[in-house]
Write a new protein. Structure first.
Length: 88
């Protein structure tokens, strides 16, 4: 499975004006930034995705792994042990 990640923002940021009360309404074009994630071959029930990212027309490259450490019910997954090993 694959999910495209589309960045959204507000054009006022380019004018050095940050106004949090104005919601994002502008989608960044794919020629500037292209992000997506694909389900890894080792994924079990959607617990492992590989994230890809590309900027300024470059072909997206592997960026990082996205691991689900808890289920929606709060139960641990096979990745839960990594929280204790890697978290500060």
């Amino acid at each position: 499975q694959r999910a495209d990640i589309i960045g959204r923002g507000n054009l006022l940021v380019f004018c050095c004006c940050c106004c949090p009360c104005i919601p994002p309404w502008f989608s960044l074009p794919e020629c500037l930034i292209k992000n997506y994630m694909v389900q890894a071959d080792s994924s079990v029930r959607g617990d492992h995705f590989e994230r890809y990212s590309g900027f300024c027309g470059q072909e997206p490259r592997y960026y990082y792994d996205l691991l689900a450490v808890y289920t929606i019910d709060g139960q641990g997954t096979r990745w839960t042990r990594l929280v204790d090993e890697l978290a500060p």
